[in-house]
Write a new protein. Structure first.
Length: 219
């Protein structure tokens, strides 16, 4: 279970919501084409990053990706198995949610000032609603942080990018959730770089000029 600790990060004069520019040449939140080769400098294939992300979130649960969307696409949610008598409010495991989104449409690799690499991808046909990221050290071996940039919806709500306005059970702005293993592993400078990355992605969507930021700890 994710430890129930959350920090709202602040930038400059800071509020709870962070403003962004509208961004030219955005894609209206969709996916124009499926990139075939983004030339990630990571020597291992994306499967290796998926495995690292799954291991990073192993044992943690929470509701960060719309479960109805995952079911519709045939994704497996280990903590929400469809069996008779299953608890409808059961929290799905984060490893499955990460793998589902990160296994979608990949973004270009982002190099960070301290040498880390940020890799990200979004759900196919729903880049506005669900995006996942993973930050490694310069070698790509060690995961330093991972998380989601997503529009949070209540359990059972189905988010579709074509729906305007959003269903009342879904947030009107996305939330950037940054996960660290524990408090000791938190890097303030890294969080700020992840926020900068998220700002560019939210601007590309052209759906909202703001987003929430939270930090959580897995242990």
């Amino acid at each position: 279970m994710v430890k129930n600790v959350m920090h709202l990060l602040r930038m400059a004069a800071a509020g709870i919501l962070l403003a962004t520019s509208s961004g030219a040449g955005a894609q209206d939140g969709g996916v124009a084409s499926m990139p075939q080769n983004l030339a990630w400098t990571m020597p291992a294939p994306r499967d290796a990053l998926l495995q690292k992300g799954s291991a990073y979130f192993s044992g943690a649960t929470g509701n960060f990706v719309n479960r109805e969307s995952m079911r519709a696409n045939g994704a497996v949610i280990h903590a929400d198995v469809a069996v008779a008598g299953a608890n409808a409010d059961a929290q799905p495991d984060l490893a499955s949610q990460f793998s589902y989104v990160f296994g979608g449409v990949p973004d270009a690799e982002t190099g960070l000032p301290e040498g880390q690499k940020l890799f990200s991808a979004c759900e196919v046909h729903n880049c506005v609603g669900n995006r996942a990221f993973l930050v490694t050290d310069s070698t790509g071996e060690s995961v330093q942080s991972a998380g989601f940039l997503s529009v949070k919806c209540a359990v059972g709500a189905s988010f579709q990018k074509s729906e305007k306005p959003l269903p009342s059970s879904c947030d009107t702005v996305p939330t950037l959730t940054i996960f660290y293993p524990d408090h000791a592993a938190r890097q303030k400078a890294l969080s700020l770089e992840i926020i900068k990355w998220a700002r560019t992605k939210v601007a590309e969507n052209k759906q909202s000029d703001r987003f929430r930021v939270e930090e959580k700890f897995l242990h």
